[in-house]
Design a protein around this ligand. Structure first.
Ligand SMILES: Nc1nc2c(ncn2[C@@H]2O[C@H](COP(=O)(O)OP(=O)(O)OP(=O)(O)O)[C@@H](O)[C@H]2O)c(=O)[nH]1
Ligand SMILES: [Mg+2]
Length: 376
């Protein structure tokens, strides 16, 4: 089996760049690309080696290389991305195959349990610091503590475990939103002020605002922070039952309907000066009802509606608070157990199917607590 190589550091310029090289043939590839300085007596675990990356006998870069485990090396070179790319390609030319960052971590990060290993990998994809914290808190406390508690408590009942599993799965939806971000779709009839609201939320002119109905056809988006979420706000074509079939308008309508089905929350706008018929939305997606243009007309308040003016900005804070509440941010307490991978969620769902405590104990031991090496 050939060695595997992967660039560990980001794509931009930096002082140092790092490349992982691992696998049973790693030393063979290294022998072709790395020339240690001074006396060399072989690689040992924890050893740090200064030397040069060479190509056809000529030095390419001055590097420091660490032996981080059996057949596991990290080359620390200068951080110019062109140089990193060159060293990466040299390793490929010298027998290594390209690996993925996740695989590097699975093979090289030391971890006592599978939850810890998964936490190391998953936190790389977290889009907020809160998301990273949620994942990290599952290693010693959170999910790990809940599982250890069930395993150590000889009196715990199947019903009690089931109840807690359901609670964890519910909270995992909110946690997933904080970890991976949310998609929020602005929908409503033409001219209700969706593009004006997107611009107000983004703080810049992202979308064209005009009093011509049907201005927005293709969707436009902006990324903003709605604490504790990172939100992608999507402005859509106004929903208009009169849009002619087969026309670009009809296509825009279909795109809006597809976006409504694939988001975490719908902000449904209504024009205070021009009330329209209710727009049906998918049942499973939470909706925040907004009445816009309240600077022109203040309608009689209805509970559950947010009244605002995208033009003056009045009511925008109330909208952000309502979105945060609707997405359940307040339901998740710090350190609470959550499942942060599809595998963990599947195991909790499997536990919900078990009626025998010994079956549950087996899933807990093999799926959560077993050392990483025993499970893979
Ligand atoms: N007075 C007032 N005018 C607004 C407000 N929001 C939007 N408008 C105006 O309403 C018109 C339509 O606004 P848009 O944001 O383009 O509406 P839209 O929902 O994106 O329209 P389509 O893209 O056609 O679906 C523009 O003339 C805006 O200036 C508001 O809060 N107050
Ligand atoms: Mg628009």
């Amino acid at each position: 089996m050939s060695a595997t190589v992967c660039v560990l550091t980001g794509k931009g310029h930096s002082a140092i760049g790092s490349i992982a090289l691992w696998g049973p043939q790693a030393e063979v590839t290294l022998g072709r690309v790395f020339r240690p300085s001074g006396k060399f007596e072989g690689y040992r675990l924890g050893g740090i080696y200064h030397g040069h990356i060479i190509e056809a006998g000529n030095p390419v870069d001055d590097v420091v290389m660490g032996c981080e485990g059996q057949h596991q090396f990290v080359i620390h070179c200068h951080g110019n991305p062109i140089l990193l790319e060159k060293i990466f390609r040299l390793c490929l030319a010298c027998g290594a195959q390209q690996g993925q960052l996740n695989t590097v971590l699975e093979s090289t990060v030391p971890a006592a349990t599978l939850i810890e290993k998964e936490a190391c990998i998953e936190q790389l994809g977290a889009v907020t610091l809160d998301g990273v914290r949620i994942i990290q808190s599952q290693i010693d406390a959170g999910l790990s503590a809940a599982i250890r508690g069930w395993m150590n408590d000889t009196t715990v009942s199947v019903d009690s475990i089931h109840q807690q599993c359901r609670h964890i799965l519910d909270r995992s939806i909110v946690a997933g939103r904080i970890i991976h971000g949310v998609r929020i779709v602005l929908a409503g009839p033409p001219n209700s002020g969706k593009s004006a609201l997107l611009n107000a939320l983004a703080g810049s002119e992202k979308a064209i605002v005009s009093d011509t109905a049907g201005t927005t056809r293709d969707w436009v988006s902006a990324a903003i922070k709605i604490c504790p979420f990172r939100a992608e706000i999507i402005d859509t074509a106004g929903l208009d039952p009169m849009a002619i079939r087969q026309s670009p308008d009809a296509k825009a309508q279909q795109m809006t309907l597809a976006l409504l089905r694939e988001c975490d929350c719908i902000v449904l706008l209504e024009d205070a000066t021009n009330p329209s018929i209710a727009i049906p939305t998918p049942e499973s997606i939470p909706v925040v009802q907004v009445v816009n243009k309240c600077d022109l007309f203040q309608p009689k308040p209805q509970t559950g509606h947010v009244y605002l003016s995208a033009k003056t900005g009045r009511g925008i804070d109330a909208l952000l608070e309502t979105i945060t509440r609707t997405l359940g941010a307040q339901d998740l307490k710090p350190g609470e157990p959550i499942a942060f991978t599809p595998r963990q969620k599947r195991l909790l769902e499997d536990i919900l199917q078990c009626h025998d405590i010994s079956q549950i104990q087996r899933i807990l031991r093999d799926g959560f607590i077993a050392p990483f090496s025993q499970v893979m």
